[in-house]
Design a protein around this ligand. Structure first.
Ligand SMILES: [Fe+2]
Length: 324
């Protein structure tokens, strides 16, 4: 596969696992293109063109030729300049990180719009979600704005390293995986959610590493009610004012990747139980589901940078390839 085909595959499987239908994702892309066509020539010049073709602008190729054939990938949750050299040392043709950097980090706020559709799916009226999340998206954009986003990207370019990142498509895979697990499990109490997560190898490994699935709000003895994996995809944390509205539409418990203290306090006020699956293990789960697709196509994966590699292909179900 080429570097470009790898990104295309990530986008394709990310769309299949998206809380929206593929039709909805494409409709949104069409809307972006139509808005772009109405811009002035000057505005068009500065517009990040990736947004016109990629529904996940937090996932991009940052350095390298999209036509370059890739056989071995160093896969990491976070990329640093040192990792680019480690990849070279180990003979990897490319580095794929999970977390955004460069332009994909600058555009992270755009990925958060997915949350509008996510919460609408659970029955929260769109006007309420927009009211809460538009403000939050602006907050996130302001907090990201001052960063030196191109620090590692520039190094990748100067040493001609192939570098890309896959963020929301991988998080969509986790969302889909956990929503399916919720449906297949008989969850009665909050402790059953924790038990369900402990059956997943990435979370078992995370527990051994000191970051187990953890109850942040509520009690294990509580009835869990309707459980949703709403805080898994959509860029980063949405607005904390969402919880009373989730309670109003009949949600009892939320599975989250990570949660701020402010969010936990707001969830408690609405008697929503919160189970935090743990961040890096959740990111690993998404990257594993993506890496499996690459392995099936003959690409070798070298896991590093916090990435807990678990392959689910063929006879390797549940095997932790890089145990600590
Ligand atoms: Fe993450």
């Amino acid at each position: 596969m080429t570097l470009g085909q790898i990104l295309d595959l990530a986008i394709k499987i990310g769309m299949q696992a998206d809380p929206r239908t593929e039709k909805e994702v494409l409709k949104q892309l069409k809307r972006i293109k139509s808005n772009f066509s109405k811009l002035s020539p000057k505005e068009r010049e500065y517009y990040p063109k990736e947004k016109l073709t990629n529904p996940y602008p937090d996932s991009l190729i940052h350095s390298g030729n999209p036509q370059k054939k890739i056989k071995k990938i160093l896969m990491t949750i976070d990329v640093t300049e040192a990792k680019l050299l480690v990849a070279r040392e180990l003979g990897a043709d490319a580095v794929i990180a999970h977390h955004p950097l460069g332009k994909s980090l600058a555009l992270l706020g755009d990925a958060m719009k997915l949350q509008f559709y996510l919460y609408e799916k659970y029955g929260v009226p769109i006007n309420i979600i927009e009211g809460i999340n538009r403000k939050k998206i602006e907050e996130v954009k302001r907090s990201i704005h001052p960063g030196n986003h191109y620090l590692t990207v520039d190094t990748a370019k100067i040493i001609s390293a192939n570098l890309m990142n896959v963020h929301t498509p991988a998080d969509n895979l986790v969302y889909n995986f956990l929503e399916n697990r919720i449906k297949a499990s008989k969850l009665i109490f909050v402790k059953d959610i924790l038990k369900m997560l402990y059956e997943i190898p990435e979370y078992q490994e995370a527990a051994k590493r000191g970051s187990p699935p953890k109850l942040f709000a509520g009690s294990g003895k509580n009835h869990c009610g309707k459980v949703i994996a709403s805080e898994i995809t959509g860029g980063t944390d949405g607005g904390s004012k969402i919880y009373p509205h989730l309670a109003n539409v009949g949600i009892g418990s939320v599975i989250s990747m990570h949660q701020s203290e402010g969010h936990t306090k707001e969830a408690e006020k609405s008697f929503i139980n919160v189970v935090v699956a743990s961040h890096i293990a959740s990111d690993s789960l998404g990257m594993n589901l993506f890496a499996d697709e690459l392995e099936k196509r003959g690409i070798e994966i070298i896991p590093t940078g916090g990435f807990i590699r678990v392959s689910r292909i063929k006879n390797k179900v549940g095997e932790t390839i890089n145990p600590v």
